[in-house]
Design a protein around this ligand. Structure first.
Ligand code: UDX
Length: 432
């Protein structure tokens, strides 16, 4: 098939590359000339494991093309994906100016039947708005479909190539058939393509992310309770997770969820609910719990140092909001850094991928180290904010030798408390 993908951000680039991988010819369109030039030269613009190799192969084989010209980009395409940003407005609602702006242009440009697909996470009712915006000027038939993505950063290629399910919100049989054919190679293992109406598809995306965020906030509250009652959240997690109705995954307590999706989607669903006079109480609590959890280590650190952090120096391992990404959007580490700096402490940080992004945001207010052990020199404590694999089995002897004060505050429960006792390191974690 011939496909156009409008927007070469994270979702657009992953989707475009993966569609090309199954033999389609994909043209990606973006207004950012500099970005398109880099992509044409074979320079990948996001960090995502496995993507670069696939991108280069499909670029070389001419199945993946890039342009800034919307008109030529959609020429001959049967399907046009909209993978455009939907930033949060001041009040938490999603701003649709990019999506509707392109929809408006498509109205003028359509010359033959095409399926226009909302791939961005958009509020319920957006497909109708996109349809209306195109219809204003369109002279040919078209369909609008909602096809939300469920990509996790760090494993997005795998999630795309072997999805648990594909959700297609479409009301016309013609569009359903086109979309079904496109996704057939991705669901060979028998995972379902679930057809529904557009609104249900739009809500499915928000409901999925909000439910996962709810699981996390719930476990973070159980962890708070464990700390107060003297129970061990690891045991409780295993105890409840083996019930198939609950499931083992996404039950890990920590210092809160971050990233580009959960915080934004939870907020947007609260906002959408308000707009139809519904008070989504659980989600409001989910958000509040997460706010508290992001700095949950701070009171522990303060108590340990008798509420005086002035002049203290901290080693910080992990800056990205989760492992295998350089993404620092809503990363708990940033909240910890801010709080420590406000208290007059200094910080040496290390992250395998995200340090450049933090440098852009925070400049020299933090010292950056080339490896995890370098951060420990002269440090009063080590704080762990992201569970990168390389932090999982560190050289504890070395840590003990270099740290000035032998104490670790672990926001991701990476270590066994017994192990650390053996090395003479004081250890604070979450819910244990
Ligand atoms: C998420 C969804 O998983 C994906 O389907 C959606 O399309 C985009 O949003 P992503 O933001 O990449 O993906 O991250 P994910 O791996 O889901 O983790 C989200 C956050 O939850 C991270 O901050 C992570 O640290 C936190 N988390 C996850 C926990 O605190 N505990 C857990 O048990 C799992």
């Amino acid at each position: 098939m011939k496909i156009a993908v409008i927007g070469t951000g994270y979702v657009g680039l992953v989707s475009g590359t993966c569609f090309a991988e199954t033999g389609n010819t994909v043209t990606c369109v973006d207004i950012d000339q500099a970005k398109i030039e880099r992509l044409v030269q074979g320079e990948i613009t996001i960090y995502e494991p496995g993507l670069e190799k696939m991108f280069l192969k499909n670029l070389r084989d001419c199945r993946l093309k890039f342009t800034t010209d919307l008109k030529s980009g959609i020429q001959g395409a049967q399907i046009v994906f909209l993978a455009l940003p939907t930033p949060s407005g001041e009040d938490g609602s999603a701003d649709l100016k990019y999506v509707l702006g392109v929809a408006d242009q498509l109205g003028y440009l359509l010359e033959d039947y095409k399926v226009i697909v909302d791939k961005s996470t958009v509020p319920v009712g957006t497909a109708d708005k996109v349809r209306a915006a195109i219809a204003k000027h369109a002279k040919v038939e078209f369909d609008v479909v909602s096809n939300p993505e469920f990509l996790r950063e760090g494993v997005a290629v795998e999630d795309f190539m072997k999805p648990d399910r594909v959700v297609i919100g479409a009301s016309s049989d013609r569009a359903k058939k086109v979309m079904g054919d496109l996704y057939a190679p991705f669901v060979r293992q028998g995972n379902p393509v679930i057809y529904m109406d557009e609104k249900s598809a739009e809500l499915t995306k928000y409901a999925a992310n909000s439910f996962l965020a709810t699981k996390i906030s719930f476990m973070n509250e159980i962890a708070q309770l464990c700390e107060r009652l003297g129970a061990d959240v690891d045991m409780v997690r295993r105890g409840i997770g083996s019930d198939k109705r609950i499931g083992k995954r996404f039950l890990f307590p920590g210092i809160g969820y971050g990233g580009s999706c959960f915080p934004k989607d939870v907020q947007a669903l609260i906002k959408s609910s308000e707009e139809v006079n519904y008070d989504f109480q659980i989600l409001k609590s989910v958000e509040r719990v997460n706010e508290i959890q992001k700095t949950h280590l701070i009171p522990k650190i303060e108590a340990h140092f008798n509420h005086d952090l002035k002049g203290k120096h901290f080693a910080l391992w992990g800056l990205a909001f989760k492992p295998n990404t350089d993404d620092i959007r809503e990363a708990p580490a940033l909240y910890i850094i801010q709080s420590l700096l406000n208290s007059g402490a200094t910080i040496s940080a290390y992250d395998p991928e995200a340090m450049n992004n933090v440098k852009v945001l925070l400049g020299d207010s933090v010292k950056y180290s080339m490896n995890p052990y370098e951060t420990l020199k002269g440090a009063d404590a080590l704080i762990i904010a992201t569970e990168w694999s390389e932090f999982r089995i560190p050289d504890f002897e070395k840590i003990e030798q270099i740290l000035k004060n032998k104490v670790i505050f672990d926001g991701r429960n990476l270590y066994s408390r017994d192990d650390l006792k053996e090395f003479g390191i004081e250890y604070y974690s979450i819910g244990r």
